[in-house]
Design a protein around this ligand. Structure first.
Ligand code: 1GP
Length: 247
C-alpha cells in the first residue's frame, strides 16, 4: 500500500511524522479551512487525518476530503465509528480500541466495516488505539478504562500485545483537548520495550512538548485543536519536529 510505504519510508529515514487532524464537526467555514490546509501542507505536515467522535457525518467528511484530496500527501480517515468510511480518502487507520470494555469497539465495528473498506479501495493501516489519562470524549464513548498517565508498564503490556497481534502502529491517545498529554516517560518505556511505531495525540499544543515526545521515541505526533485555534502554532510544531533526526 502507498500510504503505509510512505509512512514507513519517513520512519526509516528517521524523519518524525506530523499528522494534522481535522475534525469535520469543528469546521464552520470551508474557505478558511482551505487556507489552513494549504498552510499546513506548505509547512510540511506529513499527512492529514480526518475524524472526530461526535457530530461527524459522511457528508461532512466528504466535504473536507474534497479539499485535501488533490494534495500530494495522504488523507487518512481516523474513524470513530463505521459510518465514517469515504472512498475519497487514501487510507484508514483500521483501529481496535484495545482498552475498551465494550467488544463493539475492540472487534465489532471492525467486522461490520471490513467488507466496506475492502470494496472502497481504502488502504487499511493496522493500528492499536490506547486511551491514556484524561481520555476526553473518546474515552467516554469508547467505554475505555483509561491507562493512568503514570502507568507506563501497563501501556507497554498493551503495546507488546498489539505488536504480537501484527499491528503496525500504536496510537497513544490522551483525548482531544486533554489538559495533559501522554507523558514522555510512558513513550520512552513503550518505545524502548517494543517495536511498534508510536503515534501520540491529545493536548499537544507546544513545539517543546512535541519535541519532547518525539525525543522520547514517538514516531508521529498528532495535532488537532491547535490547527483550528492557532495554525501558526501548529506550524511551529511542524518546524520543531522536522529539525529532529532520529538516526
Ligand atoms: C484527538 O489525539 C487527537 O484524537 C488530537 O488531540 O485535538 O488535543 O490536538 P488535540
Amino acid at each position: 500500500g502507498k500510504t503505509r510505504a510512505y509512512l514507513q519510508k519517513l520512519i526509516n529515514e528517521g524523519s518524525p511524522i506530523h499528522f494534522s487532524l481535522i475534525d469535520p464537526d469543528k469546521v464552520y467555514d470551508i474557505n478558511s479551512l482551505q487556507k489552513v490546509v494549504f498552510k499546513l501542507y506548505k509547512a510540511g505536515t506529513s499527512a492529514f487525518l480526518i475524524g472526530g467522535t461526535l457530530g461527524v457525518s459522511k457528508e461532512k467528511m466528504d466535504g473536507i476530503l474534497s479539499i485535501i484530496q488533490d494534495l500530494e500527501i495522504p488523507a487518512i480517515i481516523f474513524p470513530s465509528n463505521i459510518n465514517l468510511i469515504s472512498e475519497k480518502a487514501d487510507a484508514i487507520l483500521f483501529m481496535s480500541l484495545l482498552n475498551s470494555d465494550d467488544l463493539y469497539y475492540v472487534i465489532g465495528a471492525q467486522v461490520s466495516a471490513s467488507i466496506i473498506v475492502k470494496l472502497s479501495g481504502l488502504e487499511p493501516i493496522p493500528t492499536g488505539y490506547l486511551i491514556v489519562g484524561h481520555g476526553g470524549t473518546a474515552a467516554h464513548i469508547g467505554r475505555a478504562r483509561a491507562i493512568p498517565y503514570d502507568n507506563s508498564e501497563l501501556a507497554l503490556a498493551y503495546a507488546l500485545a498489539a505488536e504480537y497481534m501484527g499491528m503496525n502502529y500504536l496510537y497513544l491517545e490522551a483525548g482531544s483537548g486533554a489538559p495533559e498529554t501522554v507523558r514522555p516517560e510512558m513513550v520512552k518505556v513503550v518505545s524502548k520495550g517494543s517495536n511498534i511505531n508510536i503515534i501520540v495525540g491529545g493536548g499537544v499544543r507546544s513545539p517543546e512538548k512535541a519535541t519532547e515526545l518525539i525525543k522520547a521515541g514517538a514516531k508521529a505526533i498528532v495535532t488537532g485543536n491547535i490547527i483550528e485555534s492557532d495554525v501558526e502554532k501548529a506550524i511551529k510544531i511542524i518546524d520543531a519536529i522536522q529539525k529532529i533526526s532520529l538516526i
